[in-house]
Design a protein around this ligand. Structure first.
Ligand code: TRP
Ligand code: ZN
Length: 877
């Protein structure tokens, strides 16, 4: 696979840094192929690191060293050594000035880490370890320094940005100009940012609670300047929300956001200068869907909230990543829930967690939210660290209540402001502020895997006592065979036969949080006058799987009566899973497929219920995705899953045509676009109805789609219609729509990404042949992660039937693309290979074929650390 195995880093090996950097003065002379970087560092021996003067270790990758000097004298080559990591410099005094000159090549940097070019704009990405691609530096988050940055560039790069406040600008004799920025807050190098280009900007301002005025700016290429408004409004809402909910005020005079087209992730919280993937910041009603509007609001919030949870208080080392990410995802989720529909937001987040995080937790890369080891930290920006990390913070919130949680977060920010700390410090602040003991709860940070709860109940009518017996179990994960019991907050309610919540105590509480801490535990409710119906894990109070033997009647009852909206939806999921399982069995046994009539009736009731939130109806009607059904399967039978789900949807569609049509027409009102929760919710149900109608392939339904495609004035409706045509119209009608849409939007990068994704994820049009053709299209670009995610990612992650073709061609194709991509962008290649590492979960031939594809990547020659780690873990027994 590779000669030298990449080194594994361990949390237990953490040592404080030997040297501290009090100030960092950077000077850039920008040139596409030869940018000159000069750094001047005030360095001092760390008093906490022990005696003596060990060599100073600097990280550096792909750097051309020009000179290195200490206190003004140039070092000869005997005073420093090149190491695999960078440089090791001999030191003979405890305090000194280190000056380094080096050259880098932004134009050829396709990894999108360090300094690179995106459409002729210079930009940086330094988290986690990208700063070492800019200059030699102790690139670790516990080295915090005050940065001053001077950027010098030709006049055709008029905008020159970095962190903090602008303190100087001017012209050079040769026609170039420069700007100097100073960031008053000490920060780790991963929060450094630089941007240079010919950019336009939209300006606004925000007055903080204490009355300081902050200038807000969003920078984009000229053509996108009309797409900044939603992000700006979202930013102001986020700033207000963080003041109101967490008491956190912004701390600089200016806050800048820049949109770039080439970006590995969603966005980056660089101090005072957030850099965003264009897809996560630019929107207008004509070009962006409702989900894009919501994504932008939450990511703008997320990056802004990092200013406190991440920047002011940062991570000691990368094992602590969830300290900032889990907490910040929890913060952005609450922000979105407060601004929109709380229940719908919760359903979306839990669906993502169950579909993608649960499968990560059950796969070869499973790790605790605070990993014990890694080869390449970029591989640990995972759903586990982010989403499960957020669930862990949410559980603390549930256990302490919102006031207790706020006391804890206040203490955390106050204690650790300006410091690089650990997850342990976060929990300790929560404990100390509330005088609680979270010792057992800490296991959520160190144990991987999704716990399973088995709940049985017993009602004793003679004593009016209702008993719950809860058993917990967590499956083994790599390197962790045995798990200790978790501390699980299990929120429950009891429904009476009238459908109302029963009182659980004298005070009349209608729900409670059971603290599950043992492997097996019994809970008792007294004074229960009739056999109750159990509503379990309300609001998804813990990231676990709950098993309980519900009958179909009970689930139907919960679906229409539970006071917890999330659980109404969850009951529908349980119902659907049972039906889909039975369909899979029937398919495997060659029996006739049949959907229970009660299920059709229940779905009809949902569809005609005008009281129900339309978004909730839409969520229920959609049925669990193939990917979620796969995750829930003991052994994945791709064919059976696809057939069962398709059959269920076709049956529902055919049975409900009149109701679908009525609802579709009723919701098809012409009104001007607004991305508010109510309108989004109505558009969502309308478009789910349209899709169901089109599943029947009737001329009338496809006529609705065609008309909506032509008439829609917002992208949500237009894209939904296009999607329906792509998936259900005949080739001619579909081709024509695809072409027409392209001609209309060919100049708009964000819309074209959507256009690519709709095709690649289509079970009918997204054949391997068509995917390959899309990759030849001028709209595709292998060096652009968004395009790769849209086409190749769409195929591997969202096109279940084509990707899982029984001849293994889908797996082979993904393997080939991973090999090509690894040479360009290892981070993206390592993400793309994940779908073919899950071979063990598959039944029979498919598992063999998938493993063969993975082996092909392994044997393809030299691999990046990123891909090596994922592939080698994927091949382990
Ligand atoms: N910290 C970023 C966030 O808000 C994550 C991130 C952005 C990132 N770009 C990256 C992580 C590149 C690794 C590599 O979640
Ligand atoms: Zn983040």
């Amino acid at each position: 696979m590779q000669d030298a195995q990449p080194k594994t880093m361990y949390l237990k090996d953490y040592r404080v840094p030997d040297y501290l950097v009090d100030s960092t003065d950077l000077h850039f002379e920008l040139e596409p192929k030869a940018t000159l970087v000069k750094s001047r560092l005030e360095i001092r021996r760390n008093p906490e690191a022990g005696q003596g003067l060990p060599p100073l270790l600097l990280n550096g990758i792909d750097l051309e060293l020009l000179s290195i000097a200490i206190d003004g004298s140039i070092l000869s080559s005997i005073s420093y050594q090149e190491t695999p990591e960078g440089l090791s410099v001999s030191i003979d005094k405890p305090e000194f000035i280190l000056e380094i000159h080096n050259r880098i090549n932004p134009e050829d940097n396709t990894s999108l880490e360090g300094l690179y070019l995106s459409n002729d704009m210079y930009c940086t990405q330094c988290e986690a370890e990208g700063f070492r691609k800019i200059t030699f530096y102790p690139d670790r988050p516990d080295v915090m320094s005050k940065f001053t940055t001077t950027i010098m560039a030709p006049a055709d790069y008029p905008v020159l940005l970095s962190n903090g406040n602008e303190v100087d600008r001017g012209y050079c004799d040769d026609g170039r100009h420069f700007v100097t920025w100073e960031d008053p807050f000490a920060k780790p190098a991963y929060l450094f940012a630089l941007v240079a280009g010919d950019l336009e900007h939209v300006d606004d301002s925000f007055t903080t609670v204490s009355g300081r005025e902050v200038k807000l700016q969003i920078f984009t290429e000229d053509k996108n300047i009309g797409k900044c408004d939603h992000a700006m409004q979202s930013l102001k809402k986020a700033m207000r929300w963080d003041e109101e909910v967490y008491g956190r005020e912004y701390d600089l005079d200016i806050f800048m956001v820049v949109a770039v087209d080439h970006f590995n992730m969603g966005a980056m919280e660089n101090k005072g200068l957030n850099i965003f993937n264009s897809a996560c910041v630019l929107a207008s009603p004509e070009t962006a869907t409702d989900s894009a509007f919501q994504r932008i609001e939450s990511i703008i919030g997320h990056e802004y909230f990092h200013n406190w949870s991440g920047n002011r208080v940062t991570c000691r080392d990368w094992f602590q990543l969830s300290l900032k990410e889990g907490f910040t995802v929890f913060r952005d989720a609450e922000f979105s829930a407060d601004l929109n529909s709380r229940a719908v937001k919760r359903i979306e987040d839990v669906s993502l967690l169950r579909t993608s995080q649960f499968s990560e937790d059950a796969g070869p890369m499973a790790h605790p939210i605070r990993p014990d080891s890694y080869m390449e930290i970029s591989n640990f920006y995972t759903l586990t660290v982010y989403e499960k990390g957020a669930e862990v913070v949410r559980m603390i919130h549930t256990i302490l209540g919102s006031e207790g949680f706020r006391k804890g977060s206040d203490l955390y920010f106050e204690r650790h402001d300006g410091c690089a700390v650990t997850c342990e410090d976060f929990i300790a602040a929560m404990e100390d502020a509330n005088q609680v003991d979270l010792s057992q709860f800490r296991r959520w940070y160190s144990q991987a895997g999704t716990p399973e709860l088995n709940v049985t109940d017993h009602y004793d009518g003679s004593l009016d006592v209702y008993q719950l017996k809860v058993r917990q179990f967590c499956p083994a994960t790599p390197e962790q065979d045995e798990k200790l019991p978790f501390h699980i907050p299990l929120k429950v309610g009891l429904l009476g036969s009238n459908g109302a919540d029963m009182a659980l105590d004298e005070a009349g509480a209608t729900q409670c949080v059971l603290e599950v801490t043992e492997r097996e535990q019994t809970f008792e409710f007294k004074g229960i006058k009739e056999q109750p119906l159990l509503s379990l894990l309300r609001g998804f109070s813990a990231p676990v799987k709950v098993r309980h033997n519900y009958s179909r009647e009970q689930l139907l009852f919960l679906m229409s009566n539970d006071s917890d909206t999330f659980n109404r939806w969850d009951a529908s999921q349980r119902l659907a899973f049972t039906a889909l399982d039975q369909l899979q069995d029937a398919y495997r046994q060659g029996r006739n497929l049949q959907l229970p009539p009660e299920m059709i009736a229940a779905y009809r009731d949902i569809l005609i219920d005008r009281e129900l939130d339309p978004a909730l109806a839409a969520e229920i009607l959609q049925l669990p995705s193939e990917q979620l059904i796969a995750e829930e399967s003991e052994s994945i039978d791709a064919d059976a899953i696809f057939t069962a789900r398709h059959f269920a949807r076709e049956t529902l569609a055919n049975a409900l045509v009149p109701e679908l049509k009525e609802r579709y027409i009723e919701l098809s009102t012409e009104k001007s676009y607004s991305p508010n929760a109510k309108d989004i919710s109505e558009r969502r149900l309308k478009n789910v109805c349209l899709e169901y109608l089109c599943i029947t392939k009737s001329t009338e339904a496809l006529g609705f789609a065609q008309r909506q495609f032509e008439a829609a004035s917002n992208m949500t409706d237009k894209a939904a219609a296009l999607s329906a045509l792509i998936n259900y119209a005949d080739d001619q009608q579909a081709d024509q729509a695809i072409k027409q849409f392209y001609e209309l939007w060919r100049e708009d990068t964000q819309v074209i990404e959507l256009w690519l994704a709709l095709q690649s994820s289509s079970s009918t049009r997204g054949t391997l042949e068509n995917i390959k053709a899309l990759m030849q299209h001028s709209a595709f670009e292998m060096k652009n992660p968004n395009k790769v995610r849209a086409v190749i990612g769409g195929f591997a992650n969202r096109n279940f039937s084509q990707f899982h073709k029984s001849d293994g061609s889908g797996f082979e194709f993904v393997a080939e693309q991973v090999i090509t991509l690894d040479k360009l962008n290892p981070q993206i290649a390592a993400r793309l290979v994940i779908p073919i590492t899950r071979w063990k979960k598959y039944a029979g031939k498919l598992a063999e074929k998938m493993k063969a594809a993975l082996l092909r990547v392994a044997d393809s020659g030299e691999l990046s650390k990123d891909v090596f780690e994922v592939v080698s873990k994927g091949l382990k027994n």
